[in-house]
Design a protein around this ligand. Structure first.
Ligand SMILES: [Fe+2]
Length: 386
């Protein structure tokens, strides 16, 4: 997160005596990234955050790959992913490579029995259906339809859902996720041409401070395995922190689309960046206003990136037979484009209600066995004339 945030009580100087009302000391933790060079937060805990009581074992959550070297375009019917009461069990990896897992999840219940911490990856959770509260050791954020939740690696969290009808599109990134550098000035401030600004990024607003001892289960993900670790103190015991490393939320509905006289390329929709993929938001907007413009995209070759589109809402003008919750995969190396009739259909149209999230990866994605359960195996032929 490229700007400073402070929540709760902190001492005037870092690394100095900070006393509880009873005279004992709060425990300080520097919560950092990229060694000591990346963004960090400095937090103050009721107890030492290091008190491991027991490691109960581990289990693999690595995805099972169906197609490692894929050249086929696919459509996956995302809402056919079967809901599961448990949040972690509900997460199904659809597409994967060494940088990123693209996941669909339909959890029915809040995470009541454990805390979760992903040490492998930043997690970007897009809320397609559902609402509730993201609770973390660095404060809480409310979420609802259309929100991106960015949870940096290492943040301990729980998800409280308001009801059981939840659909999440999750990007689990082993590379850090940032807002695009070209939107920011030398000082990190978002520039005037950025499609969003600091006011649109919601910071944690509510800190839960639990001064409790006992047995607290944190499911810690590391190297594709989940370790069941029992800690002796409550993981949410922070009285205050400040810094740059914390979870935040951004609503796709706050993305201000950039439009032009002729078709604008995908980078105008960019929302997040990493050195391994980009995330773009396709939002309701006015179409191109040149009198002869073709609003549908032109055919294009993804020579060196795989293109994943997650369809959220509205009418998807360039595609036939696409519904909310579908994912399309257009792999590197071959061209794709509008479906038959879509170019003609688009001419003269003035606006679109489409809402979609795109992930373009620079390394090829492997298709998992879970994805094949909901795959349309004929999609790659859907550009043929009938
Ligand atoms: Fe495309």
């Amino acid at each position: 997160m490229p700007f400073y945030h402070k929540l709760g009580k902190i001492p005037h100087k870092r690394h100095t005596v900070f006393k509880k009302p009873d005279g004992s000391l709060y425990s300080e933790q520097l919560f950092g990234t990229i060694g000591f060079d990346g963004m960090s937060s400095n937090s103050y805990h009721e107890h030492r955050p290091t008190q491991v009581k027991e490691i109960r074992g581990s289990y693999s959550v690595k995805p099972k790959v169906a197609t490692a070297n894929n050249i086929k375009s696919y459509r996956f019917r995302g809402f056919q992913v079967i809901p599961h009461p448990d949040y972690l069990e509900s997460r199904k990896v659809m597409l994967t490579n060494s940088d990123v897992d693209i996941i669909l999840a339909s959890p029915q219940e809040s995470t009541n029995d454990y805390f979760y911490k992903n040490t492998d990856a930043d997690e970007l959770i897009f809320i397609h259906k559902g609402s509730g509260k993201l609770r973390t050791h660095l404060g809480n954020l409310d979420f609802k339809y259309g929100d991106y939740l960015l949870i940096p690696r290492g943040v301990i969290y729980k998800l409280d859902f308001d009801d059981e009808n939840n659909r999440l599109f999750i990007v689990e990134s082993r590379r850090p996720i940032y807002t695009p550098k070209r939107y920011r000035n030398y000082f990190g401030q978002l520039l005037e041409h950025s499609p969003f600004c600091e006011r649109d990024l919601r910071q944690p607003y509510e800190l839960e401070t639990n001064d409790e001892k006992g047995d607290f289960l944190i499911k810690v993900k590391k190297q594709g395995e989940i370790f069941d670790m029992i800690y002796a103190t409550h993981p949410f015991d922070v009285v205050g922190y400040d810094g740059y490393n914390y979870p935040y939320a951004f609503s796709i509905h706050d993305f201000e689309p950039i439009t032009g006289r002729i078709h604008q390329p995908p980078p105008v929709h960019q929302t997040f960046e990493t050195d391994a993929f980009v995330v773009c938001s396709f939002c309701p907007r006015k179409y191109d206003y040149h009198p002869e413009s073709i609003p549908a995209p032109y055919n294009h070759s993804n020579i060196d990136s795989d293109e994943v589109l997650y369809y959220v809402d509205g009418d998807f003008m360039s595609r036939n037979d696409i519904e909310a919750g579908h994912i399309s995969l257009h792999p590197a190396g071959i061209p794709h484009g509008p479906h038959p009739g879509a170019v003609e259909r688009s001419i003269g149209q003035t606006e679109t209600e489409e809402l979609a999230v795109m992930v373009d990866t620079f390394k090829p994605l492997m298709v998992t066995e879970e994805a094949m359960k909901i795959a349309d195996d004929t999609y790659h032929k859907s550009w043929l004339d009938h």
